[in-house]
Design a protein around this ligand. Structure first.
Ligand SMILES: [Zn+2]
Ligand SMILES: [Zn+2]
Length: 234
């Protein structure tokens, strides 16, 4: 019986809208967590993941999976184990096809997260919703550590009871305090073990609590992020 390890499979850097640099993210993981594998998944770019991989190659102590959070027309989709960038703006089905075509795994992150604003209004559609059930996702993110996601996570778990896809837990970290707050437990230690565990649908999602100061920093990030998004939409 192989031992189990933890991975955090959804993290952002300043290559998209996160605060830490890829190197800072990797250093934090090594210094403060027991994560063996992380996937860096910046919005619509592989840059953060590639730079995190370089850092981890120097430091050792953690393995980085090349990932991207793709802005499909129907909501965010995570591609892991990618070779090349998947372009944003395609349908969810075409995005999944592009991910699978290059040997990657596709995960539906925060499937039920929607903002109040309608997409036609300049608002953002974040999750793929019920498409998570209709399409061939390799895994469903049932724990997302973003504060306030309790109900969205419950819905994702319920969805996956019917689906039986692999489950993942991820921080969706945009700040260092969030790193490892939710995690995916898998059999083995390496990224290859993680992949096998996902494919065998034996991963287990879990989470740990924020410290109050971390929550305050998350609120600060959200505040800045909303101003940034509002400015970008104008
Ligand atoms: Zn997202
Ligand atoms: Zn994200």
């Amino acid at each position: 019986m192989k031992s189990r390890s933890r991975a955090d499979l959804h993290m952002h850097t300043n290559c998209s809208d996160g605060w830490p640099s890829p190197a800072e993210l990797v250093d934090r993981v090594i210094a403060r967590t027991d994560l063996r594998v992380i996937a860096v998944t910046d919005h619509d770019t592989l840059e953060g993941a590639l730079r995190a991989t370089e850092r981890a190659a120097k430091t050792g102590g953690v393995e980085v999976v090349i990932g991207e959070e793709v802005s499909s027309r129907d909501g965010h989709i995570l591609g892991l184990f990618l070779e090349g960038r998947v372009r944003p703006g395609m349908s969810a089905a075409a995005t999944l096809h592009a991910i699978h075509d290059q040997g990657g795994l596709a995960i539906a992150p925060h499937p039920f997260w929607r903002t109040q604003r309608r997409a036609s209004n300049g608002g953002v559609v974040h999750g793929v919703g019920w498409l998570a059930a209709a399409l061939d996702f390799d895994a469903i993110e049932v724990e997302n550590a973003t504060p306030g996601f309790y109900v969205f996570n419950r819905m994702a778990r319920r969805l996956n009871i019917g689906l039986g896809a692999a489950e993942t837990g991820s921080s969706d970290a945009h700040i260092l305090d969030a790193v490892g707050r939710a995690y995916t437990e898998f059999r083995g230690r390496t990224a290859a073990d993680l992949r096998r565990s996902l494919e065998a649908r034996e991963t287990v999602a879990g989470r740990s609590r924020y410290k109050a100061v971390g929550l305050m920093r998350y609120a600060a990030w959200g505040f800045n992020h909303q101003r940034y998004a509002a400015a970008a939409a104008r």
